[in-house]
Design a binder for this molecule. Structure first.
Ligand code: DP6
Length: 360
C-alpha cells in the first residue's frame, strides 16, 4: 500500500544586529525603507529561530504556532502576505514550469516556529522569525530562489528580517523601484572573511519595549527634521565607508561608524514628536564605560577595542575582536555585576553567522 507523500521542511535563521540602522519606511505596506542599512548576522548556535512548515491537502486553513502557542494569521497581515508571496513563487517558478510538480501552492500550510533564546530577553525575534519562515517555505516548495530573492519576501514580514537570509556582513539596499523589486539584502562579506568579529549581548532590561519599532519609526518619519538630514547626507557615505572598513578588516573605522550610527539613530528617536527614549541610565553608563575603555586604548596607541550599538530598547550589543572580547565581557561584568536589578546578564559572546540552515 502506498502512503500519501509528506511535504515538510525545517529551516533556521539567526538574529542580526544592525551597525547602520534601518529607521523609517517610504512605503509601509511593502516595507520599503527610507535608507539602506547594514548588519552582522550572529551565529546559528545561540540566537536563532527554527521553523517547520508542512503542506497537506487535508489542512483547512493556514495556521502558525509560535513557541507552541497558536498565533492568528489575520487578513492583510504581514504573516499572510509572506505566506501568499511564497505560494505565488512556488506556482510561478515550479508548478507553471513543470506540469508534473505537485500543486503545493494550492494546499494550506501549518507552520511551527521556535526561538532558542529567551523571548523574555527583549531581543528582536521578528528578524530571525520571518527569515526562518521564508527559508522553511522556500525549502518545502523546492524554490530555485537565491537568498536575495527570498529577502524580498522576508522584508515584507519585518524589514530587518531580509538581512537574516545571509550570514556574515549584510547590506539591505533600499532600492528605488516603487514595486520594491530592488529593495533587497546582499552579502557584503561572509563570516569567514572576518571570523575574529564577535558580539557581546548585554541584557539591561528584559521587559517588552514601550514603543514598537514599527510605530516608532513611522512617527519619526512624520515628525523628525533630523531624519531627513540623516537619510540625505549621512547614511549613504556611512554605508560606503563601513563596507570598505569590513572589506579591509579595519576595526577602528568599523567601531567609529557603528557607534556614530547608533548615536544618530537614538538622536532621531529623541527628535521625534513626542520623543522616544529607548536607552536608560544603565545603557548610557555602558556607553560611558566603552568610551573610556577606548580612550585609554587609543592613548596607548592600540586603537579601538569595542563598539557599542543599541536597537529599539535598552540592551547593549558590543562588537569586539576575538583578542579583546573576554576583557570587554569582564569589564562590563565588573562594573555591572549580575544582580536582580537593572542589569540582567551578558547573554553570551557570538560570532558572525553561518548561512541559513535548511533540512528536508
Ligand atoms: C532599530 O525590522 O523590527 O532594529 O520593518 O516595522 O518590522 P519593521 O521594523 P523592524 O525594525 C528594526 C529597527 C532597528 C534597526 C535595524 O535593525 O536596522
Amino acid at each position: 500500500m502506498s502512503s500519501a507523500p509528506i511535504y515538510e521542511a525545517t529551516a533556521s535563521a539567526p538574529v542580526n544586529i544592525a551597525v547602520i540602522k534601518y529607521w523609517g519606511k517610504r512605503d509601509t505596506k511593502l516595507i520599503l525603507p527610507t535608507n539602506s542599512s547594514l548588519s552582522v548576522t550572529l551565529d546559528q548556535d545561540h540566537l536563532r529561530s527554527t521553523t517547520t512548515s508542512r503542506a497537506d491537502p487535508s489542512f483547512e486553513a493556514d495556521r502558525l504556532w509560535l513557541n507552541g502557542k497558536e498565533d492568528q494569521i489575520t487578513a492583510g497581515s504581514r504573516l499572510e502576505t509572506c505566506i501568499k508571496e511564497m505560494k505565488r513563487l512556488r506556482k510561478e517558478t515550479v508548478e507553471d514550469v513543470d506540469a508534473s510538480a505537485p500543486k503545493l501552492s494550492t494546499y494550506k500550510v501549518h507552520i511551527a516556529s521556535y526561538n532558542n533564546f529567551p523571548t523574555a530577553a527583549g531581543l528582536a525575534s521578528s528578524a530571525s522569525g520571518f527569515a526562518a519562515l521564508v527559508a522553511s517555505l522556500a525549502h518545502l516548495y523546492a524554490l530555485p530562489a537565491s537568498p536575495s530573492t527570498l529577502s524580498l519576501i522576508a522584508r515584507q514580514g519585518s524589514g530587518s528580517a531580509c538581512r537574516s537570509l545571509f550570514g556574515g556582513f549584510v547590506a539591505w539596499q533600499m532600492g528605488s523601484d516603487p514595486s520594491g523589486s530592488d529593495s533587497l539584502a546582499v552579502e557584503v562579506a561572509p563570516q569567514s572573511h572576518w571570523p575574529q568579529m564577535h558580539a557581546l549581548i548585554c541584557v539591561v532590561n528584559d521587559a517588552k519595549k514601550g514603543t514598537s519599532s514599527t510605530s516608532g519609526m513611522q512617527r519619526t518619519v512624520e515628525t523628525s527634521p533630523l531624519l531627513q538630514h540623516r537619510i540625505a547626507h549621512v547614511v549613504p557615505a556611512r554605508m560606503a565607508d563601513i563596507s570598505t572598513a569590513i572589506l579591509a578588516r579595519d576595526f577602528d573605522a568599523f567601531a567609529r561608524i557603528t557607534m556614530a550610527d547608533s548615536n544618530q539613530f537614538h538622536a532621531v528617536a529623541l527628535d521625534t514628536e513626542p520623543p522616544i527614549f529607548y536607552m536608560n541610565d544603565v545603557s548610557r553608563a555602558i556607553i560611558a564605560l566603552v568610551v573610556e575603555y577606548n580612550r585609554i586604548s587609543l592613548a596607548q596607541g592600540k586603537g579601538y577595542k569595542a563598539a557599542y550599538t543599541y536597537d529599539a530598547g535598552p540592551n547593549a550589543v558590543i562588537y569586539a575582536l576575538e583578542e579583546n572580547v573576554r576583557e570587554v565581557a569582564q569589564l562590563i561584568l565588573s562594573y555591572f555585576p549580575q544582580t536582580p536589578g537593572e542589569f540582567k546578564d551578558v547573554l553570551g559572546i557570538f560570532s558572525g553567522a553561518a548561512d541559513v540552515n535548511a533540512e528536508a
